[in-house]
Design a binder for this molecule. Sequence first.
Ligand code: BGP
Length: 461
Amino acid sequence: MSLSELRFPDSFLWGSATAAIQIEGAAALDGKGASVWDVFCREHPDRIFERATPEVACDHYHRYLEDVESIKNLGHNAYRCSISWPRLLPDGRGRVNTQGLDFYDRLFDALIARGIFPLVTLYHWDLPEALGSWESPEVVDAFLEYAALCYERFGDRVFAWCTLNEPGWTTLNGYVTGLHPPAKHNLKAAVLSSHHLMLAHHGACSLAPTDAQVGLALNVSPIYSASDRAEDVAAAHRADGVLNRWFFDAAATGRYPEDVVKLYDRLGYLPEGHDRLCDTARLDFLGVNYYYPHYAVAATSTSDFHLNTSGEKSEPCRFSLADCFAFAQNPRGRYTDWNWEIDPETLGKLLVDLSQRYPDLPLYVTENGLGAPDELVDGEVDDQARIGFVREHLVAIYKAIGAGADVRGYFMWSLMDNFSWINGYKKRYGFLYVDRDSLDRTPKKSAFWFRDIAMSNTLRC
Ligand code: BGP
């Protein structure tokens, strides 16, 4: 295999990913209801870096046409975005906001007219505030009404549906670390909410038209043991069960992994009906969101969580879940300014491993990217670090395809710099630099570099 010219499979999809609340803005315009993130940022401004809010974000709601033009000009043939549930259903269910429907009609029409396949996520964390939280089983019913509305209205233009984005990460931060809404520290509620999310996923898969493609995007980050010590190896297996297999097995087989069921049973966390999740699971593809692996060690007796939100290397990330597992830094690892490890080889291994476990399951890399404090200098953003990051990950994907993994597309996170949740706006991920005052977009060097790859279907390195 020559590493100088890597040609990807003919129908490979090249694109980028976004989420509604991170780019749209227009948070209370044209009939949109509030989401839990709108309210969280308003009520707890100090928990967000520089007290940022998603109120205006990138104003994509008004600039979508310019953004779709950019997607076209950058040579992409696909685009992953999400629909804002509270924009369509301001109360979570019932009354439909026709202005919301019209917005997504315009967006999807504009994409299709330019030959760009929309891969659409139904739920990327912006739960309608009116619904409360995923602890309530009624949210599952409301989600199915919302999914049915989306299939009916947009199904003729959507290439593939992702029911959920990263149910694991949103449960973890919503109910364990408490860093995201509803900002609780309640493990039993975490397990219950995760079960409701997976019920919602399966319900939405079975409702999807048979000729549609439906799957979900999971953050299946591999977990290594930090040492050969038996207690660290056991902690890594436990962490993999709780964070990865609980969601992956549930999605792929309709059953939760037995070792985690036993663990939750012992702790008194098992939700009623966990053994009746789904009889015949439908999963047409798996979206893999990959940023970094974890290194697990045996847990201490106290919990402690912290995410670097400043981009100062001296600010650590800490994760320790009492009596369960903790994460350590990799002493040999390379890290971003936000202390996320950079490890492309692990993505390759993950894709090969997933395709060996499920040989017929098509895979998309639905998110992968580098957060950096990019700067616009003399009209240009020279983001060589991002080019290096994406190149290394594409090489890993190429090798995984060569080893038999059925990977069908790559979506860089993100199309544009956006509202990076509790990191606010300093952490920039986009192909497009967004000026925070004017909101003008400027393509970074990485955008032009990636355009050549997407248009020739070939990575030259
Ligand atoms: C994923 C989310 C994305 C995105 C990305 C980067 O988990 O699906 O929405 O934000 O992570 O994370 P962050 O913005 O927190 O740096």
